[in-house]
Design a protein around this ligand. Structure first.
Ligand SMILES: CC(C)(COP(=O)(O)OP(=O)(O)OC[C@H]1O[C@@H](n2cnc3c(N)ncnc32)[C@H](O)[C@@H]1OP(=O)(O)O)[C@@H](O)C(=O)NCCC(=O)NCCS
Length: 338
């Protein structure tokens, strides 16, 4: 008789056991940015909701911020680093093609038994990582998974670009995902639309930049370029449908939710999503962008941390997460807060 493959363990449920956050020291108000982009505090506030953001200093690199958030998530979840079976790190601002930031992070925190890899799904990256982590725990590939969303967006923004300079910011958030008696992370609803890839994109590839440098040693570093109105329309309309589908897939209705944590892209996009979902007033809505700006892959865990820290949300609450951004890519799932 043919031998059969042994599975490591029986399928089980997964949940977030603990989260951690790192916010750079330096706060930057709208007035400090407005001069460079011929803007005003009022314009920035009314168009985006942002009042201030955090920008990383030289000693707050992607790995330093990721490590600080990861250590806090481990401490809060009570999971020793050597028990982590996989490190999944979502970022678009780690400027080294190889090795993966996740591998270096695993070494730094002492996750000596962990597989590790990076995820490139921009502002949807944390939700992508969470979906993968859940399935690893359920399927038995890892008993616990560390998911990190980290960005130093200031490294890829032209400080004179009126469409992006005021919007993006830096930071890191992390979650430890492990086994649970009850389902704590719902099915993911995700997708991508490469036809709209040019709506948020690095303006030139590294190879194009290298070739430019041959002719012009001052050729500027590639930066993020965004068609703001197209992104705004896509996020406000299509992401409302994705949010509704995510709830349906988990067998829930808006009334069942305690918390809504969309990617902190723009507070007006959050308003449109709240309307589209017809969320009852009782649902707490994350508005972290007001003080943190848009931190791409870090925005959802940072917002979750703020809500828990302030007491506006509590452990056990049901929260709808919705990540969306460059790709264009998106992912939503309902989670139980740690
Ligand atoms: C970026 C964004 C705030 C710009 O707002 P907008 O209303 O689309 O702005 P527009 O580029 O159409 O410009 C509208 C007007 O504001 C002006 N303007 C543009 N940027 C400005 C700025 N930073 N400060 C002041 N005025 C500005 C334009 O010149 C234009 O003026 P006009 O009407 O006299 O011609 C908005 O498009 C947005 O938030 N998009 C989504 C971006 C996003 O969330 N990205 C992240 C996804 S992960």
């Amino acid at each position: 008789m043919r031998a059969s493959i042994q599975q490591g363990s029986e399928p089980r449920h997964a949940r977030i056991l603990g989260i951690g956050a790192y916010r750079p020291r330096m706060g930057v108000g709208n007035e400090e940015i407005a001069g460079l982009i011929d803007s005003t505090d009022e314009w920035i506030r009314t168009r985006s909701g942002i009042r201030s953001r955090r920008w990383a200093s030289a000693d707050e690199g992607v790995l330093e911020m990721a490590e600080a958030a990861a250590r806090q998530a481990l401490e809060r979840s009570g999971v020793p680093a050597e028990q982590i079976g996989c490190v999944v790190l979502a970022t678009i601002s780690h400027f080294r093609q190889t090795p993966a930031a996740a591998s270096v992070l695993a070494h730094r925190i002492g996750a000596v038994n962990a597989g590790s890899f990076d995820v490139s799904a921009a502002c949807a990256g944390f939700c992508y990582g969470l979906a993968v982590a859940k399935d690893f725990v359920r399927g038995g590939s890892a008993s616990t998974v560390l998911v990190v969303g980290v960005e130093r967006m200031t490294d890829m923004i032209d400080p004179r670009d009126r469409g992006t300079a005021f919007l993006f910011a830096d930071g890191a958030g992390a979650a430890v995902v492990g086994a649970s008696a009850e389902p704590g992370i719902g099915p993911v609803v995700w997708g991508s639309d490469g036809e709209q890839a040019d709506t948020i994109t690095q303006d030139r590839s590294w190879l194009e930049w290298r070739d430019e440098l041959d002719k012009d040693p001052d050729a500027p570093f590639p930066v993020l370029s965004m068609k703001g109105q197209a992104v705004f329309r896509w996020a406000s309309v299509s992401m409302g449908a994705v949010a509704r589908r995510t709830l349906r897939t988990s067998g829930l209705s808006p009334e069942d939710l305690d918390v809504f944590i969309p990617h902190q892209a723009n507070d007006r996009i959050t308003d449109a999503l709240v309307r589209s979902l017809r969320l009852p007033d009782s649902v707490v809505v994350a508005r972290d962008i007001v003080e943190q700006g848009n931190t791409s892959a870090a925005s959802i865990p940072l917002a979750m941390d703020s809500l828990l820290d302030s007491g506006r949300a509590k452990s056990g609450d049901l929260a709808l997460l919705l990540g969306f951004g460059a790709g264009l890519s998106f992912a939503g799932q309902v989670v139980t807060l740690p």
